[in-house]
Ligand binder design. Sequence first.
Ligand SMILES: *Cc1c(COP(=O)(O)O)cnc(C)c1O
Length: 400
Amino acid sequence: MSEVNFGPMPDKDGYFGEYGGQIIPPELKQVMDDINDAYQEIKETAEFKDELDMLFATYVGRPSPIYHAKRLSDKIGGAQIYLKREDLNHTGAHKINHCLGEALLAKHMNKTKVIAETGAGQHGVALATACALVGIPCEIHMGQVDIEKEAPNVTKMKILGCKLVPVTRGTATLKDAVDSAFEEYLKDPVNTIYAIGSVVGPHPFPKMVRDFQSVIGREARAQFLDSNGKLPNYITACVGGGSNAMGLFTEFLNDSDVGIVGVEPAGMGLDTDMHSATMTKGSKGAIHGFKCYVLQDEQGEPLPVHSIASGLDYPGVGPQHCLLKDLGRVEYETATDEECLNAFMQLSQVEGIIPALESSHAVAWAMKKAATLSPDQTILVNLSGRGDKDADYVAEKLGL
Ligand SMILES: *Cc1c(COP(=O)(O)O)cnc(C)c1O
């Protein structure tokens, strides 16, 4: 494994090994290439870097701290669990990191409207925030089921001034919202931009979103070394599309002593059809403009997926994750809805930190793993977001 250099990825056509690329209509190819060119051009300029760094520091509140969850670790009696606190970011999750990057890019390209989908509403709120800041109109497509489940985020998006489009087709969740937003985008791809909410979609989005998110791992690696004098034994993050995970993992890929684990939602169980464990149960295919593992039927149509966490129920996954799985550099494990809820309550009641249901999947795996390790070992969890948005839902579910 040590011979593989995980740095320069993807290749110039946007491939991570055989995954990724641009499986899109010819008229979109030029548009995507223009986005890539604009991104390559500005990402090296001092003006762009300084503006993004300044916003990270003064607007998002970066660097986010690393917190030693000592009481939780002691209670489990195994490895020490540390949390990278992306939940403390402005808007409550990691998504603001790439939304600011995308909004600045849209401004630079003189786009007149930003279009996007949202699942749990986190991408929608983060993007509406970034668009308000940059001063670009924004239109968010969201499944009706998610609209009902995530009322606080829906209200916030409206207050932030974005146009919210409810999507009722199909299962009225994330995948349908992507389809709907993509159709809107195709009406005028030259003047609008589709701000994809994870490390998915056609090239250059998997690369671009990863680059914006990789601030998480750059900070975390330096912070952990500084406070512990060594790197963690394991790092872990939940995987929906895979952006918070790539954000943490990227800086650690060449540290062969660090075990890296992505945690997918096993929902009601991997042997049911009520899960969203794309990497674990999917097969090679294409979805939304790129090649990856997909939960699909025999015709290659994406299957309906389920997770208690709206932000994780997507039948595809970022192309770089697919390659990292094949190379064996990252292991992909799962946590069920029940394990997620348990972790959500444990972290809330033992540490006073209410995590997002998405992030709770990674916490659940870390708790399970910690119990098998010794107290001198360490696990760093990316706490991708806070659970305020999920509090009412969980209370109802548990009859609190
Ligand atoms: C959206 C979201 C996720 C899932 O998205 P990834 O691209 O897989 O990171 C995870 N956690 C939180 C808090 C989210 O809002």
